[in-house]
Design a protein around this ligand. Structure first.
Ligand SMILES: *Cc1c(COP(=O)(O)O)cnc(C)c1O
Length: 362
């Protein structure tokens, strides 16, 4: 079976190096908010080109804490794509604010910049862009709209570590950005982890306190904070793996290009992108009318695939208040998409087999 994603093989590449990092943390006797977290925050801010980085417990908290830091809550609205992973939307509702769903573009699967303005009201405070599947959003028009209406731009970078738009890396394209280091992401930890990047000093200072019980100084709580810290072990592993992120993204690009050049089947719609550097191929998503039949066919030929995602947010039980609404493009995407195997350790032989099997599908 060709696995969708072989996490063990990804981390095995660095087995000895990771072991050394784990050993160092173990022997240091310091496990929360220490040198490893400081080092990672500095390294990751540098990598993204942003002034500040705050390590947090996971990607959802990263996004949720940004919204809290901008005082966005009851009565406020945040624009967000209707086909995103549920975390982007939860981050908004957790703060008491209202997520306002906007349809994506059917070719890029990212929020359709042309539709955003229709959804802006007096209550709109921010646009949350999601660089879905690893591809940057169409940032120029989005920033123009944000400037015109004085809105914050919050980036959900959980799937796009290292993607570049107009010479600027994701994480540095808006006012603040949330990252996830869930093991399967392009930069993955050995457990949960997340980070926020920003150039906004005021927000940075708040976030440093929010993640640690609302305190800058132990036992002095100036905010009603959270416990959302990146731990030393994950930070040490992430610092190490960050050195290989660009190489790994390059391998993903090679596989993506191979698929794009060689898959040829009238039933399959391939992904599209504008510039190489804008896509880091967190997942390689195709569309096909009879998706479930196609997925079964792949499985019978030894190829594992996944659906990102089977149910759109507005049809989830958790958001019953939206269940009666229709978002045609999102619904079509959720019905037709399938993610093919792609990872930095997928062999050329396996990639070729995937292509052959797909090209023989009738
Ligand atoms: C993974 C993901 C998140 C959430 O990250 P966690 O670390 O799992 O909390 C948020 N947004 C998107 C688009 C994601 O893919």
């Amino acid at each position: 079976m060709i696995p969708f994603l072989d996490l063990k093989a990804i981390n095995d590449q660095y087995y000895d190096l990771i072991s050394k990092e784990l050993d160092k943390v173990l022997k240091s006797g310091w496990y929360i908010l220490g040198e490893s977290v400081n080092r990672f925050e500095e390294k990751f801010a540098n990598y993204c080109g942003s002034k500040y980085c705050v390590g947090v417990a996971n990607g959802l908290d990263a996004l949720s804490l940004i919204i809290k830091a901008y005082d966005i809550g009851d009565g406020d609205e945040v624009i967000v794509p209707s086909n995103t992973y549920i975390a982007s939307i939860l981050a908004i509702s957790q703060n008491g604010a209202t997520p306002v769903l906007v349809e994506p573009n059917i070719n890029t699967y990212n929020i359709d910049a042309e539709l955003i303005e229709n959804y802006i009201t007096e209550r709109t405070k921010a646009i949350m862009v999601v660089h879905l599947y690893g591809q940057t959003c169409d940032m120029s028009p989005i920033k123009e709209i944000a400037d015109k209406y004085n809105l914050k731009v919050i980036e959900d970078c959980a799937q796009a570590h290292g993607a570049i738009y107009d010479d600027i890396k994701v994480g540095n394209l808006g006012d603040a950005a949330g990252f996830s280091f869930y093991p399967g992401k392009n930069l993955g930890a050995l457990g949960d982890g997340g980070a926020i990047t920003t150039n906004d000093e005021e927000i940075y200072n708040r976030l440093i306190a929010y993640r640690n019980y609302g305190s800058h100084k132990k036992y002095e709580n100036i905010y009603k904070g959270h416990n959302s810290r990146l731990d030393e072990i994950q930070a040490a592993v992430l610092s190490l793996k960050l050195d290989y992120l660009d190489t790994e993204n390059e391998k993903r690009r090679e596989i993506a290009n191979y698929y794009l050049e060689n898959i040829s089947n009238e039933h399959i719609v391939l992904p599209s992108f504008k510039k190489e550097e804008q896509h880091v191929w967190h997942v390689f998503v195709i569309r096909t009318a009879d998706r479930d039949k196609f997925q079964q066919y792949l499985l019978e030929h030894g190829i594992q695939s996944l659906i990102h995602y089977p149910i759109p947010p507005h049809k989830q039980e958790a958001y019953a208040e939206w269940n009666h609404l229709t978002y045609e493009i999102s619904e079509r995407i959720h019905k037709e998409v399938l993610s093919l195997p792609i990872s930095p350790v997928l062999s050329l032989g396996d990639v070729k087999k995937v292509v052959e099997v797909i090209n023989s599908y009738e």
